[in-house]
Write a protein that binds this ligand. Structure first.
Ligand code: NI
Length: 414
């Protein structure tokens, strides 16, 4: 398919706004193409947002456990429910999660969960790009089988341009040390993303020290920080550890809402940026956020850092937008995050005359600080329109009906 998006005001990689045409051929942006024309005069086109840490199916757990700490939340509310989840449940929960992300302008996700075939199918059905990193843990004695399944899944979809596999050793408190190393080695064998929760809550550092070393030192000793590594949270990383992560070229997923809601603290993002760490944004799950909206994370994440440091000059809007778009490319096997020839055509069309985006000549500031979802008019992923003032690829009403049925049925089994 060839398409010309005419007269769009495009947000460039250098964060300038220029009126230009965008040529799309197949799933990519090209220098020139002839084809159907769409006039986007007066509209802003920017790269789709990238959510580098989520568990999409957990929309099924939204609101079920408020006002508890991570340990209580995980072991008393989440794990008992996850035990009961079927493939079909995960499909419906993931589809609802992906729809919410698309509606908020997210075009690529990094998901960590199980029933990977169901997540894959949900992503393909709506048409969102992403990494399905199989969640891995061996505390139940079934670790080897899970890693085997993850490897099979990764191999099967290695050439899929839209959805690929990844490896998600859940955390150091749910994976034994040898098992974690096996997961790292397998991810590297395929050059696929490796993602794990690290020092999310204040207690994790001390708990791991019982093994006679620091968590980060252990992970570095098994080569866990490589260029496709996405560290989720890192709330309690210290300066020396951030320096190491910067040196290794790994990516940090900053999840401010989840960290704040579970009372885990504020990640050292200013220090991380100063030390050259590649920082991106993640929502984490709808059970700990509770929304799947990177615009929210940008605003809240920056305000938290400014409040903590008592400095209104920290993280300019241009930098925040890069953290939400182009920075993630470094860790992901997709040409995404900026709108230029050769890149995948993953973009969102914004109306700068929405009530949340006026005056319309200050749009970069609004994207970070005042943006509301109705300003997003269209979402394209891989040259295909997914959303045009409503979902194109899925029936929203039916998914919501299915979701409510699955949710009620799941509750009756717990
Ligand atoms: Ni998480």
């Amino acid at each position: 398919m060839s398409l010309v998006l005419k007269n769009a005001t495009v947000l460039g990689k250098d964060m300038s706004l220029k009126k230009t045409d965008i040529f799309v051929e197949g799933d990519r942006i090209v220098d020139f193409a002839m084809g159907d024309e769409m006039n986007l005069d007066g509209m802003i086109v920017m790269p789709g947002l990238i959510n580098t840490h989520t568990h999409a199916a957990m929309t099924l757990f939204r609101g079920i456990a408020e006002d508890v700490d991570l340990n209580d939340w995980l072991f008393n509310y989440i794990f008992p429910r996850e035990d009961k989840l079927t493939e079909d449940d995960v499909y419906t929960g993931s589809l609802a999660g992906f729809m919410e992300m698309v509606r908020h302008g997210i075009t690529t996700f990094v998901d960590m969960y199980f029933h990977e075939d169901a997540i894959y199918q949900a992503a393909k059905d709506i048409g969102i790009r992403g990494i399905v990193a199989r969640g891995l843990a061996d505390t139940d004695g079934k670790g080897e089988r899970k890693l085997h399944l993850a490897e099979d899944f990764a191999k099967k979809h290695i050439d899929d341009p839209l959805v690929k596999g990844g490896f998600g050793p859940h955390a150091l408190y749910t994976c034994s040390m040898p098992y974690f190393k096996d997961a790292v080695d397998t991810a590297k064998k395929y050059s696929l993303p490796l993602t794990f929760h690290l020092l999310e809550s204040p207690k994790e550092r001390e708990n791991f020290k019982k093994n006679g070393m620091e968590a980060v030192d252990f992970l570095d000793s098994i080569g866990a920080f490589y260029e496709r590594t996405i560290i989720a949270h890192g709330t309690h990383l210290d300066r020396k550890e951030l320096e190491l992560i910067s040196e290794r070229g790994s990516t940090l997923s900053y999840n401010p809402s989840s960290n704040a809601k579970l009372g885990n603290g504020i990640a050292p993002i200013i220090q991380a940026l100063d030390l050259g760490v590649n920082v991106t944004f993640g929502t984490d799950s709808a059970a700990s956020n509770n929304a799947l909206n990177i615009f929210d994370e940008m605003k809240f994440g920056i305000l938290l850092q400014r409040a903590k440091e008592r400095d209104p000059k920290l993280i300019k809007v241009e930098e925040a937008i890069k953290m939400a778009t182009s920075n993630a490319k470094k860790a992901l096997p997709f040409d995404i995050g900026s709108l230029e020839a050769g890149m995948l055509a993953d973009l969102i069309v914004i109306d700068p005359h929405d009530i949340s985006t006026i005056p319309s000549d200050k749009i970069l500031s609004h994207i970070v600080y005042s943006f509301d979802t109705p300003a997003i008019k269209k979402v394209m992923i891989g040259g295909r329109w997914i959303y045009d003032e409503g979902f194109i690829t899925v029936d929203e009403k039916k998914v919501i009906e299915d979701f409510e049925k699955v949710y009620t049925d799941l509750n009756s089994r717990i």
